[in-house]
Design a protein around this ligand. Sequence first.
Ligand code: FES
Length: 310
Amino acid sequence: MSVDSQAAPTPGGIAGDPLTGHRTLLTEATRAEMRQIIARYPQSRSALLPMLHLVQSVEGYVTQAGIEVCAAELDLTTAEVSAVATFYTMYKRRPVGEYHVGVCTNTLCAVLGGDAILSSLEDELGITHDETTDDGRVSLEHIECNAACDYAPVVMVNWEFLDSQSPRSTLDAVRTLRQGGIVRSTRGPEICTWRQASRILAGFGDGQADTGPAAGAPTLAGLRLAREHGWRAPGFDRHEHSADDQQAIAARRAQLAAGPDRPGTRVVEQSEQQPTPQPGAIAEAMGAVGNWIEEHLPGGTGHRDGKDTP
Ligand code: FES
């Protein structure tokens, strides 16, 4: 079944979107890449999420043609694929801008300036949530928590973070992108276009996955405090790793000690200043949080596991 955009629709073929008149850009090469994605999973339907990202990378959004191709490749109904595509907000059912700007307006970001950032962008661009500028360069979305509250207020452009933003810094970044300039995420990678980002999310990397620090100072603040005060999770010392776990942890520690192991890995200065979290350190940080809750929240038992808190 051909999906060549130039071909006339054939019985059983992909004719594009009857409502919008959109002619599909999906090709046999796209279908071949879909099959590569499907081959990664023991259950073919598990491939649907990256396949929808692949559709967005080609079409710009999840088109009706994209839904039909995914359904055909996975032996699903179009209703099943549509249900997934309309459930997750990262999938768009109509075109977005080349640079899709998400501003977090959830509680922490809002009180630290997220609302002000969103309004300054609305004033600058003349659009609001879920709209795209006439030149097709920028679209706006207000987002409910980018899971980066330690860097609030946070903005994302095509899912790359711009941390600790202000209305001024966000406007500067968006103006630069709109004029065709280059903007780097505050975490390192160059911000790419919506279609390029969608292709990365489909699992076809751009070589920048290891760019930037693994975890910055705000993210590691709890761990630092826990170490300074010797806070431990109740029962942490009694936890025993299996022989397999111990072997995997030792191998990972040796790998980390040996440094970057992939060609093209670029370690930026900040990453050298930050300790890389170890498996035990993560449990340690979680333990510190548990101790704090026990100490400070109503209903806590006051159990200190033999350690004093300040
Ligand atoms: S509240 Fe904004 S990232 Fe969580």
